[in-house]
Design a protein around this ligand. Structure first.
Ligand code: DP6
Length: 350
């Protein structure tokens, strides 16, 4: 991890700009983050645990512009507007505040994952932005501090700072806001040899109707199933840590699947209900059950969208992908393994 936290201190370039480029990958939670205890600080109700992927990277360039009166942001070459822009400017304000800077930034982000489709684009997006912006504004942050910072853009981004499996601590909810903020970060999780793959079945790459932020708020506020799920998720996390340490992929998959189905149950019981799962999602879930009946360990997890991620052994991934692909019409399938943490590609800090 060391190279990604080294901001190269060089003289400013000829335009006086400080700039940095960072890359980060999405992560898929095996123990879900669903519900905040503090919306401003992005403090989650429960701990969560994920695998960072080796596909769908986000690359973000940040350049400070002393002349500009506002931040300029493009996402895949298109100027950001509305909520997407507001989230990024709010995040840059936080970085500026810490750096004691008033300079505006030019941010260019290239996402290779469909945005807003429950495929964790905000996790890779804010992990890359946190890494690049911290360097461009001259903040010298270690991985833990970067994880805390990325959390303030999107909770799940805290985990994409790390490669492989990462656990995000909810943090202390008693004590001061500073205590809670400082104690909520992700860190790598020790695992035995596992050789896992996640087969990602994209049944719909379009943006979702209800954002995960709105959906999780409504679930916490109105779902009678929320508190029981949060309590069982704490047990799931403990079981998951044991299964990872043992390298027991079947147990890892079983726990991940029950945790995800439970999370979707909380949403279905929200008022009004939030339903991300589509008929095609259920068809893919049936194919996962069939794989298990045929002796292939394969387990499903779904996020804030209809797409299904199937955990299996790397050696079974092609077969799993083939079965899932033929399960429903118009499913596109991607195979991911454990990927690297966020890293700085180049940077000129202050
Ligand atoms: C279902 O991190 O996108 O993917 O913190 O409001 O930006 P905000 O939410 P976000 O939520 C992710 C929810 C999830 C589960 C998970 O990744 O743990």
């Amino acid at each position: 991890m060391s190279e990604q936290h080294t901001t190269l201190i060089r003289p400013q370039d000829q335009t006086g700009a400080e700039r940095a480029t960072a890359v980060a990958h999405p992560n898929i939670a095996l123990i879900k983050y669903w519900g905040k205890s503090d919306e401003r600080l992005f403090l989650p109700r429960t701990d969560s645990l994920s695998m960072t992927l080796d596909i769908f990277p986000t690359t973000t360039h940040v350049r400070l512009d002393a002349q500009a009166g506002h931040d300029a942001v493009t996402l895949n070459g298109v100027p950001a507007t509305g909520e997407a822009l507001r989230r990024i400017v709010t995040f840059l304000d936080l970085v500026r505040d810490r750096a004691g800077s008033l300079q505006r930034a030019v941010v260019d982000t290239e996402n290779t994952v469909p945005t807003g489709a429950g495929l964790a684009s905000s996790a890779s997006g804010f992990a890359a932005l946190a890494t690049a912006a911290a360097a461009a504004y001259g903040l010298d942050l270690d991985a833990t501090a970067l994880s805390r910072l990325a959390r303030r853009g999107s909770g799940s981004a805290s985990r994409s700072i790390f490669g492989g499996f990462a656990m995000w601590h909810a943090g202390r909810t008693t004590g001061t806001a500073t205590d809670a903020d400082l104690s909520s970060y992700a860190e790598p999780v020790p695992t035995a040899e596992l050789d896992p793959a996640l087969v990602i079945a994209v049944v719909n790459a379009g943006p979702k109707d209800v954002s995960s932020r709105t959906a999780m708020r409504r679930t916490v506020d109105t779902s009678p199933l929320y508190e029981p799920w949060a309590a069982s998720s704490r047990d799931d996390l403990a079981d998951m840590q044991v299964a990872l340490k043992r390298g027991d992929l079947e147990a890892v998959g079983e726990i991940a699947e029950r945790n995800a189905l439970g999370m979707h149950a909380t949403m279905l019981a929200a008022r009004p209900a939030v339903r991300y799962l589509s008929p095609a999602t259920l068809t893919v879930l049936d194919s996962v059950l069939q794989l298990r009946r045929d002796g292939i360990p394969a387990y499903a997890t779904m996020d804030a969208g209809p797409n299904v991620k199937v955990l299996c052994r790397r050696a079974d991934a092609d077969r799993v992908a083939g079965v899932v692909r033929s399960a429903a019409a118009r499913v596109s399938v991607h195979i991911a393994g454990p990927g690297p943490g966020a890293r700085l590609l180049c940077g000129v800090g202050r």
